[in-house]
Each structure stands twice: as structure tokens, then as C-alpha cells.
Design a protein around this ligand. Structure first.
Ligand SMILES: NC(=O)c1ccc[n+]([C@@H]2O[C@H](COP(=O)([O-])OP(=O)(O)OC[C@H]3O[C@@H](n4cnc5c(N)ncnc54)[C@H](OP(=O)(O)O)[C@@H]3O)[C@@H](O)[C@H]2O)c1
Length: 332
């Protein structure tokens, strides 16, 4: 495994991290979840990403149990707050009340005294930004949270938060967690340039486009049994890539991966890691073999001519529109 700084902070994270959205507590059973976490640890992954909302809070419990007994100092545990965790109007968003209640629940479920990174899972238009940032800062002072970050915020929102933090003396954001893959490059024109200037690192999600970039979904054919495209929650999210034009172009990447001696998943993960603003690529897995496959992308260098070949193959199926970085206009 290779390690990178989380943005301009002193924290080192594994270049490839393991995330348990829709897998732990939902798509896969506890034993399989534990095996994936063990495979991740065996392969040198030290960074684990989850969220209060995953599997209706069960994902944090599963991760907490799977990491029990592992030396805490050898791990970086990331979680998030924003999406609803209960039926009440205050069980969501980035108000002082919900953030405090949510972190206490997360710490209990994860069986830890602190999380290394606490992330605002989306931007909350119904809470003053100062209220959220002051609350995050309080959590840092209390030692419950070591670093703070956001997810899917626009460049304008990140910039505004950094300005407030500087003016008020609050802890600065060190990371953003956006979707990023060969197929989804919407952060490149605005979020990445601002982040590079401000020392904010990207911890990118769905680097394999939820499995699509493995090439296992074939155009015009049914998705393989048990794959994410057949899952109730996952199926809705992956649908944006399950078009014949996208799946056909992805098949054409196979010779590029083969020439490099890489699996398709490794090529996809290595591709996001070529961007120096990326601190870590979060991979998901339903089976330990997938973790073992994907981690081999750590440290892989792709030459400019390989990157060009990939661009030529994918052509106009790549999404680049910066306006696709968005949060709900009102709380979910
Ligand atoms: N901040 C956010 O809003 C946000 C949103 C989404 C995700 N995330 C984070 O990012 C993490 C990763 O997202 P993701 O799970 O969508 O990432 P991903 O790595 O793009 O996709 C993972 C899925 O692809 C399939 N797969 C992975 N490796 C494979 C391999 N070698 N061969 C064949 N299939 C393979 C598996 O699904 P099947 O076996 O079921 O096909 C696996 O669950 C999440 O767990 C979460 O921590 C954050």
C-alpha cells in the first residue's frame, strides 16, 4: 500500500480506502462484511469510510464490530452526517443539534472515542454555514473529531466555508468526498483547482463507477446475478451508467488494461489516483477477492499515452458538467 497526505493536513491515509455504503448491513451479510474488512487490513488499507445513514445506521455497527481489537492508532476512521437517520425534522441536516446527536450515535456504533475525519455528507441550505462550522470546530476541540471535511460540495461552497473558518479562527476543511471516475469527471473544472490552491484533498467515491468499470456489465445483456445493478438501492444509483453506449465503450477499455497487465478494476482505481489532488480512492466490495484485486492499483503509474487512449475510447460518454455537483435544495 502507498500513503498520501489528506489534503494539506498532517494526516496520512492509505491511497486506497475501503467504504461500506450499501454493502455492510444491507447487500451482504455480516460474515462477508467482516471478511472484506479483514482482506482490506491484510492488504494494508488503513482508512475506512462509512456514514451514519448507511443501511439505516447498521453499516457503522458492522464496521465497528469488524474493526474491534485492531489497534486504534493504526486506523483512520471516517464517517459523515447530513442524510436522515430518523423520522424527526431534526434527524437530518447540519444543525448544531443534529450534528451533536449524530456524532454521539456514530461513536457508539463504531465503538471508538473519536473519528479521524467527520464529513458533511451534503451542503445544508437550511442551516447557516457558520452554525455548522462552529459545531464542527467544537467537536475538534472536544477531541471527538480530528479533522473535518465535506462531500459533494461545490467549489463556491468549499471556498465560502474556508473563508468563514479563516475569519472566525475555526478549524479548516481538509477534504472533500466527490464522485470521481473515468466516466464521471465533474470535479475537474472547478472543485479540483480550488482544492489544490486551498490544500483540500479529494477522497473519491465510486472510482469503479459502482462496478461498471470492471467490464462485467455487457451491453444488451442482463446484469450478473447478485451484482449491484440487481440490488434494490444500488440498482437505482448505478442506472446512470447502465446504458448500452457506456457499456460498449467500457468493453473497449479491456485491451488497454490487458496490455498493462492490469485488471479492469485496477485500471479504474489507478486512473483516479493519477490526479495528485486525490488523497484516496474509496473502493467498495461485496467479496474479499474484489478488495484483493482492487488494492493492486496502489502505486501504479499510467503514462500520458495510456490516459489519451482511455479518453479516445470513452469519448463523449464521459460526464464533465460541473453543475452535476449538487446538494438537495431543501433537507431530505
Ligand atoms: N459521499 C457520498 O455521497 C458517497 C456516495 C457513494 C459512495 N461513497 C463511499 O464510497 C465507497 C465506494 O463506493 P462504491 O461502493 O460505489 O465504489 P466502487 O468501488 O466504484 O464500486 C464497488 C462495487 O463494485 C463491485 N466491484 C468492486 N470491485 C470489483 C471487482 N474487482 N470485480 C467485480 N466487481 C467489483 C462490487 O459490487 P457488486 O459485487 O455488488 O457488483 C462493489 O460493491 C462507499 O462505500 C462509500 O464509503 C460515498
Amino acid at each position: 500500500m502507498e500513503f498520501r497526505h489528506l489534503g494539506r493536513s498532517g494526516l496520512m491515509v492509505s491511497e486506497i480506502s475501503y467504504g461500506n455504503w450499501i454493502t455492510h448491513g444491507s447487500q451482504v451479510e455480516e460474515d462477508a462484511a467482516k471478511q472484506c474488512v479483514q482482506a482490506a487490513l491484510d492488504e494494508g488499507i488503513t482508512t475506512f469510510d462509512t456514514a451514519d445513514v448507511y443501511a439505516g445506521t447498521k453499516a457503522e455497527e458492522v464496521l465497528g464490530r469488524a474493526l474491534k481489537g485492531v489497534r486504534r492508532e493504526s486506523l483512520e476512521i471516517f464517517t459523515k452526517v447530513y442524510w436522515p437517520t430518523g423520522p424527526g425534522k431534526n434527524d437530518r441536516g447540519l444543525s448544531r443539534k443534529h450534528i451533536f446527536e449524530s456524532i454521539h450515535g456514530s461513536l457508539r456504533r463504531l465503538q471508538t472515542d473519536y473519528v479521524d475525519l467527520y464529513q458533511a455528507h451534503r451542503f445544508d441550505y437550511e442551516t447557516p454555514l457558520e452554525e455548522t462550522l462552529k459545531t464542527f470546530d467544537d467537536l475538534v476541540r472536544q477531541g471527538k473529531v480530528l479533522y473535518i471535511g465535506v462531500s459533494e460540495w461545490t467549489a463556491e461552497q468549499i471556498g465560502r466555508a474556508l473563508k468563514i473558518a479563516d475569519e472566525m479562527g475555526f478549524d479548516r476543511l481538509v477534504s472533500n468526498q466527490p464522485q470521481y471516475s473515468m466516466l464521471w469527471r465533474v470535479i475537474e473544472s472547478e472543485v479540483v483547482p480550488l482544492s489544490e490552491k486551498e490544500g483540500v484533498g479529494q477522497i473519491v467515491w465510486s472510482p469503479i463507477a459502482q462496478g461498471v468499470l470492471t467490464g462485467k456489465y455487457l451491453p444488451g445483456q442482463q446484469a450478473p446475478e447478485g451484482s449491484r445493478a440487481t440490488d434494490k438501492t444500488g440498482g437505482a444509483m448505478i442506472a446512470r451508467f447502465m446504458r448500452d453506449d457506456v457499456l460498449t465503450r467500457v468493453q473497449e477499455l479491456k485491451p488497454i488494461a490487458a496490455d498493462l497487465g492490469l485488471s479492469m478494476a485496477q485500471l479504474a482505481v489507478a486512473w483516479v489516483l493519477q490526479n495528485p489532488n486525490v488523497s484516496s480512492a474509496i473502493v467498495g466490495a461485496t467479496r474479499p477477492e474484489q478488495v484483493r484485486d482492487n488494492v493492486k492499483a496502489a502505486g501504479v503509474k499510467l503514462d500520458a499515452d495510456v490516459l489519451k487512449k482511455i479518453d479516445d475510447v470513452l469519448g463523449d460518454v464521459v460526464e464533465r458538467d460541473a453543475s452535476k455537483t449538487a446538494s438537495p435544495s431543501s433537507r431530505p
